[in-house]
Every structure is written in C-alpha cells, then in structure tokens.
Design a protein around this ligand. Structure first.
Ligand code: FMN
Length: 404
C-alpha cells in the first residue's frame, strides 16, 4: 500500500480520470451566459483558469432544465447550446485542464418569471419563495409524483448530453438549498409521501437522480456530489444528519464528495465565512422592494461567521472518516500550506472558489514560489456582485487596478 501523502502538485485520479494535480476550481456562478447561452467571455474565464494551472475547472450552475434556473440569464443543458458548450469544453482541454459541469436545479428558490414548462417554481412542499417576492412569484408549489419523475429524467438527459459533448466529469449539486437539498432538508421538505419524513424518504429523490446520472454516463465517468454538511438553520440538516446524508450519497455510487455547508436561501455565510454579504447586496440591489426586504430581514437572516483558513476542515474530517469515496475539501483554502494540510488530513483534492476568482494563476504561482500568498481578502463582495451584468469580478483587483 502506498501511504505517501500527496502534495498539491502530485497527480491524482478521480474514478477513471487522471488529474495533473490536486487543485480543482470550485463552481462559482460566472454570470456569463446571457439569455442562457454560454458566451465567449465564459470560454475566456475558464481558459484562463486552465492556463493558470488548475487540474480541473467546474462550469457553475448548469441547470438541468430551463425551469431549474434562478433567472433567464443562466445556462441550462440542452441541445440548442451544444456548439457553444463544445467550444467551451474544447478551449479548457486545449489549455491543459479537465472540465466538469455542475448539474443543478433551483426548485422552490427562483426569481425567474419566464418559466417555460411550469406556471410557478416547484419544490418538495408549498413554500415561501423569498427570492421571487420582488419578481411577483412569492409562493412555490409542491411537486407531484409526475414532476419528480420529470426531474429525474431531466438530470439523466442533461448528464447524457454532458458526456456526449466531452465534459470530463459531472458535479451533482446536492447542497446549498437548491432542489435536491430542499428534498434532503426537513426544513423545506414537509411531504407525507415516500419522498418526505424519514431521512431515507428525503434521500429518495436525490438518490434516484444520482442513479439516473450514473446510468446516463456509465461507470468510468467521474461523478462528484457537492453537499451541505449542515444547513445552518433551525429545523434543517444538522452536522450529525449531514454525516448520514454523505453516507447515503456515498452508497448511492458517487465518486467524490465536495464538503460544503450552508444554504444560499437561509444561511449563505456558513458557506463563505467572513463579512456578511448583506451590506454589499443592499448596495447593488436595484429593485426597491428587494432592497427594502434586504434591509429588513437581511442582517437577521445572514448570520456572521468569522473567517479563518480552512474553516470547514474539522467538520469535513467527520465526513472523511465516515465514507469510502474520494473527498474534495472546500472552504477557505488560500495558501499552499493550507492545501498541503488538507491533503495530509486524507482528502484527495481541494476545490478553490474565491482565491481563483482573485487570481486564476494561483496554482502556477504557488508552484514557482511556495511562499506565494493569494490576494483574496474574503471580503465577499464578489458574492454580492453575483448578478453583475458583466459577470463575476473581484472588487479587490478592480480597486488595485484603479489605483495603479
Ligand atoms: C461569486 C461566487 C459564486 C458562487 N456560485 C456558486 C455556484 O454556482 N455553485 C456552488 O455550488 N457554489 C457556489 N459558490 C460557493 C463556492 O463554490 C464555495 O463553496 C465557496 O466560495 C467557499 O469556497 P472558497 O473559500 O474557496 O471561496 C460561489 C461562491 C462565490 C464566491
């Protein structure tokens, strides 16, 4: 048995896929798919990350159907954008990295008024859709058994398309308060049929989705699962139950788990730590109702968690000790030293979000100079600017450029 601890730059393996090092770009919604079509800007963004040395980049939030989007300017996986997706995947691979796509569905959490199939957003149970309030869709309905079957089919079709296009891996989003997470969480799932109640029932849809994706891509194609180890809300998934969730997804046949936390809807700061995103969101919000709502409830909803390096590591170690699949650590990994520590703790890969938004060359620079420190200040203003019309940006870099 080889017990040598890998370094951040040693090659790794995810199911049948070879990765040149242990660093993966995390899914961070890019805002570069105007009207749902991937743009040249999105190609440039991910090509740049590939050139900067990551082993694999993740195209964020690829909805599995048109009505799985929070807004019309998000991509959904369908044949109409096959050409653009091929260009995107080809550009990343030509620049020397692998490419994964994050498969997601918003369920009851949407502000998209231009629904195609549905009349209103649907989740496990009838629910107040806070995000949709300013858009005039404050209530989300409950999915019927037919809606659930449709969703499972949509994941399967989307996965089949991704594989045909040439993606190297797929990441199923089980966390952060999106559709699958809404089924897992007792806070949002109040169903009394076989999809609600016990954890076994709440996991039924997510596991059906995982099986459909596996069936579509085959046994040698890597499937990652991003989970929330804890929802961070009263009545939601606790840290203890999060371990059982991870075990169920592991048994369901995922190749790797990405150990995140929190929900975008109720407790996003558990995911990020650092200064609350509320102030920034109030500043950039144009809709007066949303601005008022944010002022009113934002500070109560968005709890603060002080930032520290590797803020989710202790929690993630519990998952590491409880599952068989590979593990990808995420959350506050901003130095080479942190990456090496995560790998020494038995994780197989690290995913980086904000540090690579700030500096796409982070990996290349750390390879040349191990003492290189990433310039991300965890100010979280990039999160508040998530809907910026020109796409994802780092305000720290912009300020530095303005003063140069
Ligand atoms: C601007 C921004 C957008 C994000 N969008 C997504 C997303 O689309 N899907 C997702 O799973 N996580 C998303 N995240 C969360 C990150 O993947 C990651 O979990 C979080 O930033 C913590 O990792 P970090 O400390 O390396 O940034 C986003 C994060 C940021 C900063």
């Amino acid at each position: 048995m080889n017990t040598e601890i890998p370094t951040a730059f040693s090659p790794g393996r995810l199911a049948g896929l070879e990765l040149k090092n242990r660093v993966i770009k995390a899914a961070t919604f890019e805002g570069m798919s105007r009207g749902g079509t991937p743009t040249e800007q999105l190609v440039g963004f991910h090509r740049r990350l590939a050139q900067g040395g990551v082993a694999m980049t993740t195209i964020a939030y690829c909805a599995v159907e048109a009505d799985g989007r929070l807004s019309d300017d998000m991509m959904y996986l369908h044949e109409g954008i096959e050409t653009e997706l091929r260009q995107l995947v080809g550009a990343v691979q030509a620049a020397g990295a692998r490419v994964s796509g994050q498969m997601a569905h918003c369920g009851n959490f949407s502000k998209n008024r231009r629904l195609q199939r549905l009349k209103r957003p649907l989740g496990p149970s009838r629910h107040f859709n806070m995000l949709g309030l300013p858009a005039g869709i404050p209530i989300a309905g409950a999915m019927t058994a037919g809606d659930i079957d449709y969703l499972v089919g949509a994941y399967g079709d989307a996965a089949r398309l991704m594989k045909r296009i040439g993606f190297d891996a797929a990441e199923v989003h089980f966390g952060h308060g999106y559709a699958l997470s809404q089924f897992i969480s007792p806070r949002t799932n109040r169903r009394t049929d076989e999809y609600g109640g016990s954890l076994e029932n709440r996991m039924r849809l997510p596991l059906r989705v995982l099986a459909a994706v596996r069936d579509a891509v085959g046994s040698d194609f890597p499937i990652l699962g991003k989970i929330s180890m804890c929802d961070g809300i009263k009545g939601g998934v606790s840290w203890d139950e999060g371990v059982a969730v991870a075990q169920a997804i592991d048994r369901g046949g995922v190749d790797a788990l990405v150990t995140s936390a929190g929900t975008s809807s109720f407790n996003p700061m558990l995911m990020f730590h650092g200064p609350s995103i509320v102030r920034g969101m109030i500043e950039v919000e144009k809709n007066p109702i949303a601005k008022f709502g944010l002022r009113l409830v934002g500070p109560k909803l968005f709890r603060d968690y002080p930032y520290k390096e590797l803020y989710l590591l202790d929690r993630a170690k519990r998952i590491r000790d409880s599952v068989q699949c590979s593990l990808v650590y995420i959350g506050g990994c901003g130095t080479l030293e942190s990456m090496e520590r995560v790998l020494a703790e038995g994780f197989d890969f690290v995913q980086l979000g904000r540090p690579l938004i700030q500096d796409p060359d982070f990996v290349r620079k750390a390879m040349q100079d191990p003492s290189y420190v990433n310039g991300c200040t965890h100010c979280n203003r990039c999160v508040a600017l998530i809907d910026h019309p020109d796409g994802i940006r780092c305000p720290v870099n912009e300020e530095a450029a303005a003063h140069a």
